[in-house]
Design a protein around this ligand. Structure first.
Ligand code: AMP
Length: 190
């Protein structure tokens, strides 16, 4: 099965994706992580996107679309992907649909992690010390949160229409959130 997980920065998408990957034998496709790797490896793309990411802005739909297609076209990951951080706007959601059709796949469930800005600020200041991400400071975190809020509503409506959206309370503990998500996924499998 393919799963989409989204939520504001610091909502726990990465942590929860990791747990789902292990439990259901999926592959995590985190556009944020792949983009950070480009920066770390100092590739041409990495150099192009460094300031965009550090300023808390979104990279172009084309760049992330190309990354997504690379994975969807690879048979190793056929119907085993969890999209972490994609789509982030309606153009990306429609592009994902187009690519899924092209490669004869579909999304089985879309998980939305709901978390308040106060919780996010707290989590990001904790994560800053652990992961040392250059975009984890309060100013950028707020910008990323506002960016998220601004673009995500049409994506939510898009997946509501196709009855795929499940909202998960992201304010509780890692294990509580994980149990809720596992229950939802089991429900779909069964
Ligand atoms: P994340 O790890 O999901 O918080 O993403 C970190 C950063 O990578 C974001 O603030 C964006 O600059 C960039 N990014 C990740 N995914 C996308 C996407 N789907 N579209 C545009 N930019 C993205």
């Amino acid at each position: 099965m393919n799963i989409v997980i989204f939520g504001p920065p610091g909502a726990g998408k990465g942590t929860q994706s990791n747990l789902i990957v292990k439990k259901f034998n999926l592959h995590q496709l985190s556009t944020g992580e792949l983009l950070r790797k480009e920066i770390k490896d100092k590739t041409k793309l990495g150099q192009e996107i460094t300031s965009i990411i550090n300023d808390g802005n979104l990279v172009s739909d084309e760049i992330v679309g190309n990354i997504i297609e690379k994975y969807l076209s690879d048979k190793t990951y056929n119907s085993r992907l969890i999209f972490d951080g994609y789509p982030r706007n309606l153009i990306q959601a429609k592009n994902l649909d187009r690519l899924l059709n092209k490669y004869n796949q579909k999304i089985h469930v879309v998980l939305k992690l709901s978390v308040s800005l106060e919780t996010i600020k707290k989590r990001i200041s904790e994560r800053k010390n652990l992961e040392k991400r250059t975009d984890d400071n309060e100013k950028t975190a707020i910008k990323r949160f506002l960016n998220y809020e601004q673009n995500i509503q049409p994506v939510i409506d898009f997946y509501k229409q196709s009855n795929l959206l499940k909202v998960v309370n992201g304010e509780t503990s890692i294990s509580e959130i994980s149990n809720e998500i596992s229950g939802l996924i089991e429900g779909i499998k069964g």
